[in-house]
Design a binder for this molecule. Structure first.
Ligand code: NDP
Length: 477
C-alpha cells in the first residue's frame, strides 16, 4: 500500500505585495518612471510592477550613498555599525516567514528551501558580519584598514536575498555604503529588505536599492562615484564588467559561473553518496553556480550507483513551490527554461542518453523535470557549459588520475566534491583539483565564516569569512 502526500501549502497571507514599487534611495521609496512586471514563475501570475532604473536614478543613489558615507557611516565606530547589523539580523529572523513566502513566490524555489536554508543563512550572514565590525583592526587586515567608500553591488536571481546578504553585510560591517541592483526577475525581497533598513533605523543613504535590467547594472559599474564593484552572475557579464573597469581605480569581486565536478570513488558509501548527488544538482532547481553538475563515477560502481540514483530521483516531488512537501520548484524564467531545453536537446543530439522520472508538470509556469544524461563525453556541450538547471551529466573514469584530469578539464573552477571512505584519497584528490570550494562526502554546504569563490572563469576574489572582508577594505593610511 502506498500513501499519497496530502497538499500542504504555506499560506501567502503573510505577504503584502504592493501593485508597484519605486527605488529605495536615501532612506525613502522614490517613484520610478518606467516599469516592468515581475511574475510568479510557477503560475505566470503578475505579482507587481518594478521600476526600471536609468542613469539618473543610479546618480541619485550614488549621491545619497556618498553623502551617507562622508556624513554618517564613516564617522561611526565599528561597534556602532555592528549594532545596526545585529538589529537587521534580528528583524530578518522575526520576519523570516514573510521573506520565505515572498522569495518563493517571486523566484519559484520551494518554501522548504527558502524557509530552512535561504533566510536562516541570510540572518547568519548579518550576525556573522556584525561580530566583525568592531574587530577589523585586529584581524590581520592591515594597519587601520579603511573602507573603499561606495560599493556598487549587482546580484542574480538564483538566491536573491541571500546574495544581497553576501554583499550588503560585509560592505556595511567594513564601513562602506552601498548601491545595490537586484536581478530583473527577483526584486521583491530586496525591496522588502529596504523596509527592514527603515525599521532598523539605518541612517538614510547607507543602503540604496535601484531596480532595473542589465543597463541599470552597467550604469552602476560605470559610475565614477563607485569605488568597488561586487558582482555575482554569468561569466559573460562578469567579463563585460572586467573590461569596463580596466584602467580605473575600481576594485572588483566577481562570482561567476561553474561546472562543478562531483567525483565518486568506488569505496564511497553508495546510499549517502546518492543523497549528496541529489543535493548537489537538484537543490534550488540546479540554479546554483557551485552545483555538482558533472558526476564523475568510477567505472566499477557506475551501474549500481546510477540504478540507485534513478530510484531516488523518482521520489523527488516536483510542483507547487509553496507546498511544504515540494523538493523541486519552478524554473525562474521562460528565458532560463529555454536555455536548459536548448542544452538538453544538444545532449540528445550529441549522443548522450537522457533519463527523467515520470512526473506531471503544470502547463502554466516554467518547469523542467529532474534529468540525468549518461554516456556523456568531455566533448559534449552538456559536459562543458553551465546548464544552470536540474540536469546532471554523468561521466566515468578508471584511475584516480583520470578523474582529476576530467574534473579539471573545464574553463571554470568554482566547486568540486569528492566521495570516498579513505581520508588519504580525499586529501590527495582535493590537492589536485582546481576549484575554490571542495566538499568531501557532502555537497552544497554554506557558512558565512567560510570564504567562497573561484579560479579561472569562475571569478575573482572571495566572499565570506575574513577573505571576504578584505575585499571591502584598503590598507589604512
Ligand atoms: P546575468 O549575469 O545577466 O545577471 C546577473 C546580474 O547582472 C543581474 O542583476 C543582471 O541584471 C545584471 N546585468 C546584466 N547585464 C549587465 C551588465 N552589462 N552590466 C552590469 N550588470 C548586468 O545572468 P542572467 O540572469 O542573464 O543568467 C544568464 C546565465 O548566467 C544563466 O543561465 C546562468 O548560466 C548564469 N548565471 C550564473 C550565476 C552564478 O551565480 N554563477 C547566477 C545567475 C546566472 P538583469 O537581471 O536585469 O539582467
Amino acid at each position: 500500500m502506498t500513501f499519497e502526500y496530502a497538499p500542504a501549502p504555506e499560506s501567502r497571507a503573510i505577504v503584502d505585495i504592493k501593485s508597484k514599487y519605486g527605488h529605495f534611495i536615501d532612506g525613502k521609496f522614490l517613484p520610478g518612471k518606467k516599469h516592468f512586471a515581475t511574475i510568479n514563475p510557477a503560475t505566470e501570475e503578475v505579482l507587481s510592477q518594478i521600476s526600471l532604473g536609468g542613469a539618473s536614478d543610479v546618480d541619485k543613489a550614488v549621491a545619497a550613498a556618498q553623502k551617507a558615507y562622508t556624513k554618517t557611516w564613516s564617522k561611526l565606530s565599528g561597534k556602532e555599525r555592528g549594532k545596526y547589523l545585529y538589529r537587521i539580523a534580528r528583524i530578518l529572523q522575526e520576519r523570516a516567514r514573510e521573506f520565505a513566502v515572498l522569495e518563493t513566490l517571486d523566484n519559484g524555489k520551494p518554501i522548504r528551501e527558502t524557509r530552512d536554508i535561504d533566510i536562516p543563512l541570510v540572518a547568519a550572514h548579518f550576525f556573522y558580519h556584525a561580530g566583525w565590525a568592531d574587530k577589523l583592526d585586529y584581524a590581520g587586515l592591515g594597519k587601520s584598514p579603511t573602507p573603499h567608500g561606495v560599493a556598487g553591488q549587482i546580484i542574480p536571481w538564483n538566491f536573491p536575498l541571500l546574495m544581497l546578504a553576501w554583499k550588503v553585510a560585509p560592505a556595511l560591517a567594513t564601513g562602506n555604503t552601498v548601491v545595490l541592483k537586484p536581478a530583473e526577475t527577483t526584486s521583491l525581497t530586496a525591496l522588502l529588505f529596504a523596509e527592514v533598513c527603515q525599521q532598523a533605523e539605518l541612517p538614510d543613504g547607507v543602503v540604496n536599492i535601484v531596480t532595473g535590467d542589465g543597463s541599470t547594472g552597467a550604469a552602476i559599474v560605470n559610475h565614477p562615484g563607485i569605488h568597488k564593484i561586487a558582482f555575482t552572475g554569468s561569466t559573460e557579464v562578469g567579463k563585460k564588467i572586467a573590461r569596463a573597469i580596466s584602467g580605473t581605480n575600481k576594485k572588483a569581486t566577481l562570482e561567476l559561473g561553474g561546472k562543478g565536478a562531483n567525483i565518486v570513488f568506488d569505496d564511497a558509501p553508495i546510499d549517502e553518496t546518492v543523497e549528496g548527488i541529489v543535493n548537489g544538482i537538484f537543490f534550488n532547481q540546479g540554479h546554483v553556480c557551485c552545483a555538482g553538475s558533472r558526476l564523475i563515477l568510477q567505472e566499477g560502481i557506475a551501474d549500481e550507483l546510477i540504478a540507485k540514483l534513478k530510484i531516488r530521483m523518482s521520489k523527488i516531488r516536483v510542483g507547487d513551490p509553496l507546498d511544504k512537501n515540494t523538493d523541486l520548484g519552478a524554473i525562474n524564467s521562460r528565458e532560463q527554461l529555454s536555455k536548459i531545453q536548448e542544452l538538453a536537446t544538444a545532449g540528445d543530439a550529441e549522443g548522450a542518453e537522457r533519463w527523467s522520472p515520470a512526473c506531471t508538470l503544470s502547463a502554466k509556469g516554467f518547469w523542467f523535470a529532474p534529468t540525468i544524461f549518461t554516456g556523456v563525453t568531455q566533448a559534449h556541450r552538456i559536459a562543458r557549459e553551465e546548464i544552470f538547471g536540474p540536469v546532471l551529466s554523468v561521466l566515468t573514469f578508471r584511475t584516480p588520475q583520470e578523474a582529476i584530469e576530467k574534473a579539471n578539464n573545464t574553463p571554470f573552477g568554482l566547486s568540486a566534491g569528492v566521495w570516498s571512505e579513505k581520508g588519504s584519497r580525499i586529501l590527495w584528490a582535493t590537492q589536485q583539483l582546481r576549484a575554490g570550494v571542495i566538499w568531501a562526502n557532502t555537497f552544497n554546504k554554506f557558512d558565512p565564516a567560510s570564504p567562497f569563490g573561484g579560479y579561472k572563469e569562475s571569478g575573482w576574489g572571495r566572499e565570506g569569512g575574513k577573505h571576504g572582508l578584505a575585499a571591502y577594505l584598503k590598507e589604512g593610511k
